[in-house]
Design a protein around this ligand. Structure first.
Ligand code: PEP
Ligand code: MG
Length: 583
């Protein structure tokens, strides 16, 4: 029987085919008494041996595909397999309590997961999560119920899961994962951002996906335009989706034709740069090279995730140089790491925070870990002598913070000078405007930097007090809220008055609903995931700047988001309906 689920479409596309349920959580653990403890321990030992082979293979594959650092995690897991404390407890309980190995292992894992909640130290938490992970593998081998391995997917499939941490997402192969559907997540969650970059059609926030389905999943169809997941789709559904897909690819061809024959400017000749957001260097593909005006946001923290130790200065330098050289002379804005919040790396030894999004994140983390920060700045300044690199600081909330990061940047320059290492002495320095306090003092901040880039993903979360990753309150996360629109206006005006550049790099920049409004505010640079560039560029060529200014003023008079949305939709459906259709 076909079953339909609704979610939030975060990376466009339509696909159907085989589905893979990745780690839906609970497996049934049988609990029974055994007669022969020696035999039982032998059985568990052979499951441990199989687990060892499995992890060794995973290590090799990850090493081949992603390098030594990413593979390190499996090294740690192999070491944990030899952990005496677990093995001694396992042996003792099998012999004393005459319990089957699966249930003893399950109890041990439960004990560890309780400890997770009580420590508050994120390094210990991650290690404990590793122990639980390894135990889960052994249990699955005892039960002969293998966990799907993301690296080992043979046939391309649609991945259904509760959630995917950023580290797992970074290992996804777009050739193997045709679409992703998750119970958790929201438009601006990191899995959504990365899926867009990897061009994997994705729907997140599908409530109760794993609570309610009872049918055997034979296949799935994903309409990541309308946010619909079909489990066991009927032939009628597939036919409907096939037609929609054809329409969609026609539309994309139309965009491409239009942007090949039109420069990136409005109908009345105002130039608008459309840049790309990237997370990893390998995203600089032909699309980015040919369709974008450079990189408006390089989220460098992705180089630091899913590793057992941070990348060295040399490793970072190579990555930045690669991107800058590939795109030269186009600009590349390197954002210093925005680690913390929900992006954690085990080696940084984070202290557990009650409100991590309001905690030691981004520049706050960097200012507290100066050596770490300086290493990244050295790599960036050195790379900036080779390509058109600009440096940007995230989460600036006060003028002191901006002065502090600039002071450290100066220290790094002095050190490089003393060491006689070539670097760019005056790269452009910018900041992200993504905290309400920064909007209110944007006029002051503008005097001390070369450019602004508005991060609406965080600006919305912090202004409206809505966690950007919480699917339960996703309806309150609203870019059309008049407060957000007025803050955009304030920021752009401060930049214009101070004569500095201003761009927008949050997900709002890629939503066609807002393009005319943003252009009318005076923004002449928009940065977005590369999949959105063709549509937005095509739309820009249809906008008239003088009309957009008037239109923006009208929008800014609205008191409610409902009013804003109705005017925006009406405009798209009348003036731009050949380019965009809002469903
Ligand atoms: C933002 O906050 O809008 C942004 C672009 O940064 P990130 O999504 O990486 O927090
Ligand atoms: Mg941000």
């Amino acid at each position: 029987m076909e079953k339909i689920y609704h979610g939030i479409p975060v990376s466009p596309g339509i696909v159907w085919g085989e589905a893979l349920v990745y780690d839906p959580g609970v497996i049934n653990i049988p609990r029974f008494k055994i007669k022969n403890p020696k035999e039982e321990y032998k059985r568990v030992q052979s499951a441990i041996d199989i687990t060892k082979e499995e992890l060794t293979l995973l290590y090799k594959k990850t090493l081949e595909n992603f390098g030594k650092k990413q593979a390190g995690i499996f090294d740690v897991h192999l070491m944990l397999l030899e952990d005496e404390t677990i093995l001694i407890e396992l042996k003792r309980r099998i012999h004393e309590e005459l319990l089957n190995a699966e249930s003893v292992l399950y109890d041990i894992a439960q004990k560890y997961s309780k400890d997770i909640k009580s420590t508050g130290n994120s390094f210990i938490e991650e290690r404990t999560a590793d122990v639980i992970d390894v135990i889960d593998r052994i249990i699955r081998n005892l039960l002969e119920q293998k966990r799907p391995d993301l690296d080992n997917i043979k046939k391309p499939c649609i991945l259904l899961s509760v959630d995917l941490p950023p580290s797992e997402t970074a290992r996804l192969h777009p050739e193997k994962i045709r679409a992703i559907v998750l119970e958790r997540g929201s438009t601006t969650s990191h899995v959504a951002i990365l899926a867009r970059s990897l061009r994997i059609p994705t729907i997140v926030g599908v409530s109760n996906l794993f609570n309610t389905y009872t049918a055997v999943i034979k296949g799935a169809a994903v309409d990541a335009i309308s946010g619909l997941l079909y489990i066991n789709p009927t032939s009628d559904t597939i036919l409907k989706l096939r037609q929609k897909k054809i329409q969609l690819s026609r539309r994309f061809l139309q965009y491409e034709k239009r942007i090949i024959s039109h420069p990136s400017q409005t109908e009345d000749g105002r130039r608008i740069s459309v840049l790309a957001n990237i997370e990893l260097p390998n995203e600089v593909d032909d699309n980015v090279k040919h369709l974008s005006a450079g990189i408006g946001l390089y989220r460098t923290e992705y180089l630091f995730l899913n590793k057992t130790e941070p990348p060295t200065e040399e490793e970072q330098y190579k990555e930045y140089v690669y991107v800058a050289k590939t795109l030269n002379p186009l600009p590349v804005i390197l954002r210093t790491i925005d680690i913390g919040g929900d992006k954690l790396a085990s080696y940084t030894n984070f202290i557990k925070e009650q409100n991590p999004q309001l905690g030691c994140r981004a520049v706050r983390f960097c200012l507290a870990h100066k050596d770490f920060f300086k290493t990244q700045l050295r790599a960036m300044l050195r790379a900036a002598s080779i390509g058109n690199i600009k440096i940007m600081f995230p989460m600036i909330s006060s003028i002191e913070e901006l002065r502090d990061v600039k002071k450290i940047l100066q220290e790094v320059k002095n050190e490089l000078t003393l060491e006689g290492i070539p670097f760019n002495k005056e790269p452009e320095i910018g900041i992200m405007i993504e905290i309400p306090s920064a909007v209110l003092i944007a006029d002051e901040l503008a005097k001390e930097c070369n450019f602004f880039s508005i991060g609406t993903n965080d600006l919305i979360q912090y202004s409206l007090a809505v966690d950007r990753n919480n699917e339960n309150i996703a309806h309150l996360y609203d870019p059309a809220h008049p407060a957000i629109l007025r803050m955009l206006k304030m920021t752009v005006s401060s930049a214009i008055n101070a004569n500095i550049a201003c761009s927008i790099c949050g997900e709002m920049a890629s939503d066609p609903l807002f393009t005319e409004f943003l252009v009318g505010l005076g923004l002449n640079s928009l940065s977005m995931s590369s999949v959105s560039i063709p549509q937005i560029r095509a739309l820009i060529t249809k906008i008239t700047y003088t009309e957009a200014v008037e239109f923006s003023e009208k929008i800014l008079q609205c008191a409610s988001s409902k009013e804003v949305r109705s005017i925006l939709k009406e405009r798209i459906n009348t003036k731009f309906k050949n380019i965009v259709s809002i469903v």
